[in-house]
Design a protein around this ligand. Structure first.
Ligand code: SF4
Length: 716
């Protein structure tokens, strides 16, 4: 690649999945612009997307990129550069020994929603098909697993039923637990356009903070953290009382309503208003707007998912849509926005510890047999693997000896960092497969495997509206970096030889061969993409699933026929009951801490933190408090404060914000320890906000409650 060229890709930041055109001079990325033909963004890009080329700056690349394999044989030694051959030999030997001594569940893989679908597919097959462990989970557990569980429990499959175009058709947009203006900016631009085109469109926002999204809403419900189920049940109560439910739809297409109806009887406007900390009038308005509108669309994200009752929150909102028939028609539906660029692709290949390929269930013997047949193995294990937090607990306990971490940074992003870091120290072997050598997790790596990243990779991703985009590399692989799928396949083939397997189940020479195998696993499933080839994706552009053999287009919207992928064909109401947050405030920890994204940063900043202009919006971490709390504690703007939970402490400047109610605190999720100490806050001994957050899990989705912790705030 020595000549200037352009290649189509998607932005690697969020689940909107905007199309980008990457411009290179043959050796490096020199520019990026929005792809006018991509249906996710029609040429628009937000601040992060439009500065993507700056993350590929050659000097930064040299400083930050992992370019060569490294390994250390002694835990207290330094990693040294090594050949791929030597590293692979070492890994195969260690895996074979460990599995033979302690069994397949003594090893684990922790992967990422940043991987491409094909990467995900191979890792999943490696763990479940070859090694025989379901100990493979992903950072999507921290992001989407409550949405997965909510969709499956109610609609029968993990499939967002709506599409971006529904924003243009909606009369009411209900944004719950999402600062869409910051987290999904290009989708928010579409909401702004829809408001201009339809002055009657009502936007309701439910959020503990008055975010920029909330400020622009027609109705803002500043609910107390964690009270979403009470809110949704209360809205359903009012819809029932005011005859805004669709009895004919409920009778024809759903089951389980009678039990839920008995439950929501108790969610009177007074009880719900008191529980949520909002006015009865606002609650009544929200319910009436939602229930009476021709088309109500809900958009929701981590405010619902990152909760110890995340599945119930998702299900309660879907209940509301089903009861009012706000689903399966233009402009309506419960639409979970994906956080990461390819969390959806991971879900499609079953890349979580409790899922199997193509939305199959691990607990279903027929599904396990189907996957075993498709993969050409005797069986896939039935015992669910360890989910993200459980995995690190098992590593710390010594039950998991080897962990292979790909394209994610758990030493910053998982809750309860003390636990995570103890686990990484305790593991017998930590393998980190990464594009960047600067992440906190790399510090714990015994083996560092350099991987390619955005603009260098080839494969597919799926965005929030089930739309699959194929892209090709714009640049060659740097240094000795390899593609994520290539690394997994190389290791798998060597392990097969060590296991004396007669033939390989990883026969791929190209990434397209992996796609074709994945595609075949979807045949007859709700996400059937047997009609979708790389050639079609190239010729006709990004397509939504399902796209079965013989189809000429994907399906925009699901369940328009009122038939759901459950055994009975009916959607199921889940009897959702409000549960308070896992860690309520008390006299010692009186502040409700919530966490979230800032406008111009992404996750742990391994990429966005390399672009100077992305610090213009927020240059350093801080804790936002209400003016009332600042005055009561004699804290002035910019004063350093200790923010302390039961698990750890952080020193941050305090900032007065009228977004906050008294008794609440907010910290952006992006900064880790390096940055805090780099700004002269030495001695804080922290690991970013996740020193404070709670590992309490939702019982169904096992998603941790990253969105809420009880803390105290004391002047430093
Ligand atoms: Fe990238 Fe998301 Fe911004 Fe689109 S909205 S450009 S996908 S960060």
């Amino acid at each position: 690649m020595s000549e200037a060229r352009e290649a189509k890709a998607t932005c690697c930041y969020c689940g909107v999945g905007c199309g980008v055109i990457v411009q290179t001079d043959g050796a490096q990325v020199v520019g990026v612009r929005g792809d006018p033909e991509h249906p996710a963004n029609f040429g628009r890009l937000c601040t992060k997307g439009s500065t993507l080329h700056l993350t590929a700056d050659p000097v930064l690349q040299q400083q930050a990129r992992a370019l060569f394999p490294e390994m250390r044989l002694m835990r207290d030694g330094r990693r040294e550069r090594a050949s791929w051959d030597a590293v692979m030999d070492h890994l195969v030997q260690r895996f074979a020994e460990t599995i033979s001594l302690y069994g397949p569940d003594s090893v684990a893989f922790y992967i990422s929603g940043q991987l491409l679908t094909e990467d995900y597919y191979v890792f999943n097959k490696l763990a479940k098909g070859l090694i025989g462990t379901n100990n493979i989970d992903t950072n999507s557990r921290l992001c989407m697993s409550s949405a997965v569980a909510g969709y499956k429990q109610t609609l029968g499959a993990d499939a967002p039923p709506a599409c971006y175009e529904d924003i243009d058709h909606a009369d009411v947009i209900f944004i719950a637990g999402s600062n869409t203006a910051y987290a999904h900016p290009i989708l928010y631009r579409r909401i702004e356009d829809a408001r201009k085109n339809n002055p009657d469109l009502k936007v309701i926002v439910a959020d503990p903070r008055r975010t920029d999204t909330a400020r622009e809403a027609d109705l803002f419900l500043p609910i107390l953290p964690g009270t979403d189920v009470a809110l949704f049940n209360g809205m359903l109560h009012i819809c029932l009382w005011e005859d805004l439910i669709d009895v004919a739809y409920i009778e024809a297409h759903t089951e389980g309503f009678a039990e839920l109806k008995r439950t929501v009887r108790d969610y009177t406007p007074k009880y719900v208003a008191d529980t949520c900390g909002i006015s009865e009038d606002d609650l009544l308005t929200a319910a009436r707007w939602f229930g009476a509108s021709k088309a109500s669309l809900s958009l929701y994200c981590q405010g619902l998912n990152q909760s110890a009752s995340g599945t119930a929150k998702n299900a309660a909102l879907i209940n509301l849509h089903l009861a009012t028939h706000q689903i399966g028609k233009p402009g309506a539906g419960p639409f979970s926005l994906t956080g990461q660029p390819n969390a959806m692709g991971g879900r499609e290949v079953g890349g979580l510890a409790n899922l199997l390929s193509a939305h199959r269930d691990m607990g279903n013997p027929e599904h396990r047999a189907e996957v075993a047949r498709l993969w050409g193995v005797d069986e896939v294990p039935s015992k669910p693997g360890k989910t993200a937090v459980e995995m690190f607990e098992a590593i710390r306990a010594g039950d998991i000896k080897i962990v292979w971490i790909a394209c994610t940074n758990p030493a910053q992003s998982l809750p309860d960092q003390k636990l995570v870091r103890e686990a990484l120290k305790h593991a017998e072997l930590v393998i980190v497969q990464e594009a960047y050598k600067t992440t906190a997790t790399v510090d714990y790596a015994d083996v560092l495997l350099p991987a390619t990243t955005w603009s260098e990779k080839e494969g597919t991703v799926t965005n929030s509206e089930r739309r699959i985009t194929r892209f090709k590399p714009a640049l060659s692989k740097p240094g000795e970096a390899r593609h994520d799928w290539e690394i997994a396949v190389e290791f798998a083939r060597r392990l097969e030889i060590a296991m004396e397997n007669a033939a390989t189940i990883f026969p791929y020479a190209t990434v397209e061969e992996i796609w074709n195998e994945h595609r075949e696993t979807t045949r007859g499933r709700d996400l059937d993409i047997t009609g979708l080839s790389y050639a079609i994706l190239e010729e006709q552009g990004p397509q939504q699933w399902p796209f079965p053999e013989g189809a000429t287009a994907g399906r925009k919207r699901l369940y328009e026929d009122g038939i759901f992928p459950t055994a009975s064909g009916r959607a199921k109401f889940v009897n959702t009951v409000y549960q308070p947050v896992a860690e309520p405030v008390d006299a010692r920890y009186p502040f409700r801490l919530t966490t979230g994204r800032l406008r111009d940063q992404w996750h742990g900043m391994s990429r966005s933190g390399t672009v100077a202009q992305l610090f213009a919006h927020a240059s350093e971490p801080s804790v936002a408090l209400s003016q009332t709390d600042m005055e009561r504690r004699a804290i002035r703007n910019g004063d350093l404060v200790h923010v302390t939970s039961r698990r750890g402490s952080q020193i941050l400047p305090a900032i007065a914000s009228d977004d906050m109610r008294a008794g609440q605190a907010f910290i952006g999720m992006h900064w880790g320890e390096e940055y805090v100490s780099g700004r002269g806050h030495e001695g804080s001994g922290t690991c970013g906000v996740n020193a404070l957050t709670s590992p309490a899990l939702d019982p169904s989705s096992k998603q941790p409650e990253l969105k809420h912790a009880a803390v105290k705030v004391l002047k430093a």
